[in-house]
Design a protein around this ligand. Structure first.
Ligand code: MCA
Ligand code: AMP
Length: 503
């Protein structure tokens, strides 16, 4: 019995001939194809020495081969560790050093740069190409049987480690169990009425919770199917919307789609649009609804918890809110001591339920600091509950920027900027941006007699940080605003530069 893999593959086993995914070139992958390929990969992983509980780190382009690899890792009982394709070798070095995977799988083109890093962390290296059909993984897998006896894994065994950036600058690996994932997928299927008749137009990356779990798990579990896009492209989404019944995205997807002249015509067959990962402006919700006649369903989640709340499927999907706690998930809005605040007051959102992760990899103290004694997880998001029970996210207690749905922790960017010669100190802030929601912006002070220019700073960060973490603008000032305690006042900076990107 393999708690997660058995459930995710049950419908595919029942209906092997059914389409699992349609690609933009017309290629069809059936459920049987997914079972065959994941079985071959699983046998190969075994041969490569992967055993239950080993980590498999993966930095590859989005492809159906990459999906099958994920399933294969679960079938082997390994712990899957997906990595953003934008991460630089310097960032990859940290993740591999921390997670100590047995195997690292990367794009063919990145092998030369990443193999020494992987070897230093003790990982063997294999590759997958952009199409998901080439690379050493495929050339080795073809000789393997597609029959695989899946490893026994229980509900509480770890299935995935997902790194989320840390407030101190060091990323933390969220340890997620098989049942965290399965219980959440089941809840979403029933809340959003997903059935085997559904077709999800999948345009999200598959290295984060949104695209991998919310998108793929629900579809597999329901026996539904995908139109599989390699990435978000507004024209392609509009072209393929008529072939789908559901669409999921981050707010940037929706602000871009609103600009498309054919959106209204293309959206008529879609029964559900879902937004999450960052706040959807009420204005975007309204515009989208005026164009398509459809109310986007906004929900709220985290890497550590999966999905926590959702606007109702039936009933009012209230713009600017994230709806109600999902069934089986408890949410409280609390003060600094974990005590529930009065209804309507703002506090920190705390979460408890079968969806909540078990802790950060190798960081017991950080784990302990983020849980209350009664097992509520402290999200760091500020919220309130209105008179009708709808939850509003009103801000963040944690110093975090969300740009186009990706999290950027200012501390990490500041540490890199502060290490540049001639920089005295820096403050990294998120400013309103029409496309990305918030734009990473650096404000810095140069050392006395040093000459530092914005272009040099940007150039120095290129090889160090993933592209979406790099500041869109670098501003050089003579001093940073501070309060009486000497703490940099980021709120004052955000106010001063709020129109920088002229939203
Ligand atoms: C790309 N660029 C960005 C971002 N993405 N800059 C800021 N923020 C971004 N998110 C920059 C690149 O550095 C590059 O800059 C330029 O945009 C073009 O790059 P390209 O890759 O072509 O961009 P794109 O394809 O237009 O990408 C934008 C995107 C993408 C489609 C919005 O970022 C995306 O797919 N985001 C989804 C993120 C996501 O899945 N989040 C879920 C996290 P230059 O030209 O200067 O080099 S899971 C989560 O948050 C929880 C669990 C939840 O609740 O869901
Ligand atoms: P991540 O660490 O990438 O999983 O990002 C989780 C964070 O994204 C949450 O803690 C929230 O700050 C934010 N988030 C996710 N969904 C929403 C939403 N619908 N509205 C506002 N913020 C959201």
């Amino acid at each position: 019995m393999n708690h997660l893999a058995d459930a995710l593959l049950a419908a595919s086993r029942q209906r092997p001939a059914q389409t699992f995914a349609l690609e933009t070139d017309g290629r069809v992958t059936t459920n049987a194809d997914l079972l065959t390929l994941s079985g071959r990969y699983a046998n190969l992983l075994r041969e490569l020495g992967v055993t239950a509980g080993d980590r498999i780190a993966v930095q590859v382009e989005k492809s159906l081969g990459a999906v099958a690899l994920y399933i294969a890792a679960l079938r082997c009982g390994a712990i899957f560790l997906p990595l953003n394709t934008a991460y630089t070798p310097a960032e990859i070095e940290y993740f591999l050093g921390d997670a100590k995977p047995a195997l690292f799988i990367c794009d063919d083109g990145k092998r030369a740069a990443l193999e020494p890093i992987a070897k230093a962390s003790g990982a063997a290296v294999e590759t997958l190409d952009d199409s998901g059909r080439g690379g050493s993984l495929n050339s080795k897998a073809v000789t393997h049987s597609s029959d695989h006896e899946d490893a026994a894994r229980g509900a509480d065994d770890l299935a995935v480690i997902l790194y989320t950036s840390g407030t101190t600058g060091r990323s933390k690996g969220a340890m997620i169990t098989a049942d965290n994932l399965l219980s959440n997928a089941r809840t979403l299927i029933s809340s959003w009425r997903i059935t085997d008749k559904d077709v999800l137009l999948h345009a999200l990356p598959i290295f984060h919770a949104h695209g991998l779990f919310v998108g793929l798990h629900t579809i597999l579990l329901a026996g539904a199917s995908l139109v599989f896009l390699p990435k978000f492209d507004g024209n392609q989404v509009v072209d393929f919307l008529p072939s789908a019944t559901m669409f999921m995205g981050v707010p940037t997807f929706f602000t871009r789609l609103i600009e498309h002249p054919d959106l209204a015509r293309a959206a008529t067959r879609i029964r559900l649009f879902v937004s999450g990962s960052a706040p959807l402006l009420a204005e975007t919700h309204k515009q989208f609804s005026a164009i398509t006649g459809q109310a986007i369903l906004e929900r709220y989640g985290m890497t550590e918890t999966g999905m926590n709340t959702s606007n109702p499927f039936d009933g009012e999907r209230r713009a600017g809110t994230v709806g109600f706690p999902l069934p089986g998930i408890e949410i409280r809005v609390a003060d600094g001591d974990g005590k529930q605040v009065a209804k309507g007051d703002v506090g920190v959102i705390e979460i408890r339920g079968p969806n909540v992760f078990v802790g950060y990899w190798g960081m017991p103290q950080k784990t302990a600091a983020e849980f209350r004694a009664d097992r509520y997880f402290i999200s760091g998001d500020l919220g309130k509950i209105d008179e009708d029970g709808y939850i509003h996210i009103v801000g963040r207690e944690k110093d975090l920027i969300i740009s186009g749905g990706y999290n950027v922790y200012p501390k990490e960017v500041e540490s890199e900027i502060d290490a540049i010669e001639g920089v005295d100190e820096s403050a990294v802030i998120g400013l309103p941006h029409k496309d990305f929601g918030e734009a990473v912006t650096a404000v810095l002070v140069a050392r006395k007699n040093a000459t530092v220019c914005a272009e040099t700073v940007k150039a120095r960060l290129k090889d160090r940080l993933a592209n979406y973490k790099q500041p869109k603008q670098v501003i050089i000032v003579s001093e940073l605003p501070r309060n009486a305690m000497g703490k940099v006042q980021k709120a004052a900076l955000r106010e001063q530069y709020r129109n920088l990107y002229e939203r």
